[in-house]
Every structure is written in C-alpha cells, then in structure tokens.
Design a protein around this ligand. Structure first.
Ligand code: DGL
Length: 288
C-alpha cells in the first residue's frame, strides 16, 4: 500500500526534533481548529502549524484509499515543516491512516489520532442509549467498531449511528447558526431523540462548532461530548514521554499558523475570526 502513498523515504537516522519545534495539526478543513483550541488551552507555551486540506474537504464521502493518500500527503507536509508531533485532528482521516503513519515515521515523529468519544457517553448515559454523529467513512473504519465493542457492548448500551454530509460544508462556510443548518440537524437528530438517546457524541471535529446550535434545539434532551480535551491531554502525555514539551513560558499568546491547500486561504479569514475564540494569535498562509 505505501508504494502509492506520498510518503518519502526518511533520513536515516531521523533527526531528533527539538522541544521548541511546533505542534502540527491536520484536518480536512477548519474543523480541527476545535482540537487546536483545546491544545492551545492545555499547552499554552507551544506553537501550532495547522494544515487544512481545503482543496479536498469534505473527506467524509471519499473512499478509504483516497482518504489514506490525502492524509499521508498532509502529514508528510507537516513533517517537512519541522513539526515535532502530528495530530490528525480528523476522525475520518484517523479511521484509515494511523497504523501506516505510525509504522512509517516510527517513534521519531509521534502521531496522535482521534476516535469518537464514546467512552464518556457510555459511562454517563441514564437511558442506556447514546448516539454518535460522524461521517460515513468514520463508521466504516475499525477504530469506531473497536470502541463500540470495548465500551458499549459490555455495558449493554445501545449505540445509534447517524451521518449527515451537509454539516461539514455549513461549518466550512461559517453557516453553523443558519436556518438551513438547523433544519439539517433536526432531520438527523429528531429521530435520535425519539429513540431516547440522552448523549450525543460529536464524532467529527467540525461538530463542536455546532454545539450552540444543537443545544439551542435540544436544550435538556441531549448532552454533547467530543474528543477535543482528551486529545489535548494525550498530546501533552506523548510530548512529555518524548522529552518534547516546551516548558518555558513564552510570555505571549499562543501562535497558530494556519495553512490551507485550497485556492485562496485568505478567503477563510471571516470564518476563522468566527471560529477561533479566546487567546490565540493566528495568521493565514497558502500552501505552495
Ligand atoms: N473534521 C473531519 C472529521 O473529524 C471532517 C470530515 C470531512 O471532511 O468530511 O471527521
């Protein structure tokens, strides 16, 4: 498989990254910024290079091999930028790519991945019914099947899986509060509530940006969970284990350099202004 992937032979031995190198974060689009913000809050001394594959978003309806190739390309790009670690801040990309990426880069370039946060939902549901909202590709992958098998099945919790391909484009366009987005959410979540699910797992990194809209519709009916904080904690653990955590406070706001593969990254500025909350200084660049 790796022969057709855009991964280049690595230097032997691979150069050791230094703690002051940036953290690389990748998503198909702007959704991974929900994870980037958790990482920024948890590790405020770090710098972040964010790669959004806006030329190919959404990934959710693409086939497995295409998702592998696009993800390999993105992670290779982050590696070549000198990042010390890569976070695949995309459930869809993680579903097909973590094994071969880890095999390729080995321990010198750690890869952090995502899986929908089913465990906390299963532990806390009162109705014993939880729903997972993710892309069709994420549900085809082995990672989600493994967590259902490990956490939901032994505790007898029913897992309802739902997909809606319209949601990622709404977030990419900054239209997450629009009537059309609310209507799309109702169409997919009304049946879930009718089946008495009390927890909704946001199994795509774009969806935390829909939290307010979902809560506005299903105030007391659905408790929302996502993986952002757990990924930030895991990233910190791996950096510490590898001696790569930047301990010294830089005394300034966390800095995020946002790169997009689409034609005009700067056109995303209004969307980013809307999505990036809190203390973070960011700038936009095209990927050449
Ligand atoms: N943020 C991606 C995820 O977590 C979005 C998927 C897509 O591009 O369709 O799955």
């Amino acid at each position: 498989m790796s022969a057709i992937l855009p991964l280049y032979p690595l230097e032997n031995p691979m150069p050791k990254a230094s703690a002051d190198a940036p953290i690389g974060i990748f998503d198909s689009g702007v959704g991974g910024l929900s994870v980037a913000q958790e990482i920024a809050n948890y590790l405020p001394n770090e710098r972040i290079i964010y790669f959004a594959d806006t030329a190919h978003v959404p990934y959710g309806a693409r086939d497995d091999q295409n998702i592998r190739e696009l993800t390999a390309h993105a992670i290779e790009w982050l590696y070549r930028q000198g990042c010390k670690i890569a976070v695949v801040a995309c459930n869809t990309a993680s579903a097909f790519s973590l094994d071969f990426l880890r095999e390729h880069y080995g321990e010198s370039f750690p890869i952090v991945g995502l899986v929908p946060a089913l465990k906390p939902a299963v532990l806390q549901t009162k109705n014993k019914v939880v729903a997972v909202l993710a892309t069709p590709a994420t549900f085809r992958g082995q990672l989600i099947k493994d967590v259902v098998h490990r956490f939901a099945e032994p505790s007898g919790v029913e897992v309802i899986t739902v997909t809606c391909l319209d949601l990622v484009p709404f977030v990419e366009a900054g239209l997450q509060s629009s009537d059309a987005c609310k209507e799309a959410l109702r169409k997919v979540l009304d049946p879930v509530v009718a089946r008495h699910a009390d927890y909704l797992v946001l199994g795509c990194t774009h969806y935390p940006f829909l939290k307010e809209t979902i809560q506005g519709i299903y105030t007391d009916q659905l408790t929302l969970v996502d993986s952002g904080f757990a990924v930030a904690r895991q990233t910190a653990r791996i950096l510490i284990k590898n001696g790569l955590l930047l301990e010294t406070a830089r005394g300034q706001e966390i800095q995020l350099n946002f790169y997009a593969s689409g034609h005009n990254a700067h056109a995303l500025e209004p969307v980013l202004k809307h999505l990036i909350q809190g203390k973070m200084s960011w700038s936009i660049h095209d990927v050449i």
